[in-house]
Write a protein that binds this ligand. Structure first.
Ligand code: NAD
Length: 277
């Protein structure tokens, strides 16, 4: 598995797999079976969140997989209602308990919630988790460049990673540039456009035909070639494998340029600047 090295807000250098398996909206009573399948196929990063309500099943699947805990990279996230100095570590401890593990590899603040104004103190409150070994890397999700600037200016601690909605219809140039400037890894959620129109786009289909791959595979190859980490989700075994096998797909400069040309600000999720619920 290809990896990237995280260097900010880490307890020692941390290698993160370029491709992972996401479990948003996977029902809690089904998640263990799907995660087990993903681990059999070769994924070594599982992306969950307190919000998803399926951390227990994720932890069970990893424990039952026959893999050592250190072989699987586990990401989970702090939900919005637990931001704040007093509640953040408690929320982390509840996630750890549900996951049934002694540490998580990457812990993220799920959304900035800018109007609530709690993300700076939340970030400060989480820092001791690095020193006490319960978190290997700390990061953020859905942070816009201005949120990153404020976080770094007020705390002096740069996040390891920023997980944002990112795919060819929403190329996120400003976020990727800000991440790169700060040495923050960019990770794409909704990397294949969440099962929407993207995979049926004629340009994506043409690029896929040219390299003898599927639409999902060429989109995932586009992320990798851009140096962007991705965490596609599927509960269908053939697609779980198909997405994993994107690691064997390479795009030409022409193929990259064709997918670059699809950017249209096509957000499927909330705008982080205005999402404060
Ligand atoms: P995605 O882009 O991974 O799309 C998933 C959907 O695409 C599936 O439900 C299925 O309908 C379809 N699909 C999957 N593989 C396919 C294939 N090979 N061919 C055709 N269709 C296919 O979207 P997502 O699940 O929203 O995002 C991935 C992960 O990112 C989530 O599971 C979650 O872990 C994370 N996420 C994070 C945030 C955040 O705010 N940080 C938000 C949403 C999702």
């Amino acid at each position: 598995m290809q990896t990237m090295t995280l260097t900010n807000a880490v307890a020692g250098p941390v290698e993160i797999p370029m491709l992972g398996y996401g479990v948003y909206k996977v029902p809690p009573d089904e998640v263990a079976g799907h995660v087990a399948e993903a681990l059999r196929v070769g994924y070594r990063l599982i992306d969950t969140a307190a919000l998803y309500g399926n951390e227990e099943g994720v932890g069970r699947a990893i424990a039952d997989s026959g893999l050592a805990r250190e072989e699987v990279f586990v990401t989970t996230k702090l939900w919005n209602d637990r931001q704040g100095r007093a509640s953040a570590v408690e929320a982390f401890e509840a996630s750890l308990e549900r996951l049934g593990t002694t540490y998580v590899d990457l812990y993220l603040i799920h959304w900035p919630q800018p109007e609530r104004g709690l993300f700076v103190q939340t970030w400060e409150a989480l820092q001791p988790l690095l020193a006490d070994g319960r978190v290997r890397a700390l990061g953020v999700s859905n942070f816009e460049p201005a949120h990153l600037d404020r976080l770094i200016a007020e705390t002096g601690v740069t996040p390891a990673l920023n997980q944002v909605e990112l795919h060819p219809y929403l190329a996120q140039h400003a976020v990727r540039e800000a991440d790169a400037r700060h040495g923050i890894a960019t990770q794409a959620w909704g990397p294949i456009g969440r099962g929407g129109d993207l995979l049926a786009d004629p340009v994506v289909r043409r690029v896929a035909d040219e390299v003898g791959a599927t639409p999902a595979q060429v989109v995932l190859a586009w992320h990798r070639r851009n140096g962007v980490l991705a965490i596609p989700k599927s509960v269908t075994p053939t697609r779980i494998r198909e997405n994993f096998e994107s690691l064997q797909v390479d795009l030409s400069a022409d193929g990259m340029a064709a997918l670059d040309g699809l950017d249209r600000g096509g957000r499927t999720g909330p705008d982080p600047n205005t999402f404060n619920d």
